[in-house]
Unconditional design. Sequence first.
Length: 132
Amino acid sequence: MVELEPWDTILDISSAVLLVVGAALSLAAAVGLIRFPDALARLHAATKPQILGLILIVIALALSVRSWVALLLLLPVIVFQMLTSPISAHMVGRSGYRTGAYDPDGLVADELAPDIEEASRSRIVSSDDDED
């Protein structure tokens, strides 16, 4: 039987725990996508637990492999996910709001409504000016 160093055992256990927690967060994100009622509520399920779950899984993989090369390959996965996830969530939320795919009663504060009204008024005014 091969004996493991104490640090190897600690890293293996840490890796397993991070992998299980990351998988549980990703599963919670998937369940939230199915269960939440509208697009704006689903955004939270699609971004917050999903990105944290992916980060935990990637860290678990880096601890398991124990290689600097693997760490350098896995680091861009985390960076690009953290850069693109908020932007895509913002765009999906904005399009869901504009198409009406949300529950207005579920909003605590509707900060986008005045901006959309102002934009539609300015569009109407500019189209009236074009007709003259």
